[in-house]
Design a protein around this ligand. Structure first.
Ligand code: ZN
Length: 77
């Protein structure tokens, strides 16, 4: 029940990121701005805090080779 992890803003448009849950994908984080030029989205995870960690790690611009991985539908193991 620890949801205290703070989400980094989108590295491209600086909009707040949002944590969401999808029935198939699981927990994931994405950019909340529909007009974002990149619309990054993390992979899907079983637990919310893992999605937050993945987002925060991968949303550091210096670690970005390009786009973030797009969920394939069965990630999180
Ligand atoms: Zn964005």
């Amino acid at each position: 029940m620890n949801m205290a992890q703070k989400l980094q803003p989108c590295p491209w448009c600086k909009a707040p990121a949002k944590l969401d849950q999808d029935f198939d994908t699981g927990w994931y984080v994405s950019c909340s701005l529909p007009r974002c030029p990149v619309l990054p989205i993390s992979a899907g995870y079983k637990f919310a805090h893992m999605a937050v960690m993945a987002w925060n790690c991968c949303s550091h611009p210096e670690q970005l080779p390009g786009l973030m991985p797009v969920p394939t539908g069965r990630a999180g193991t």
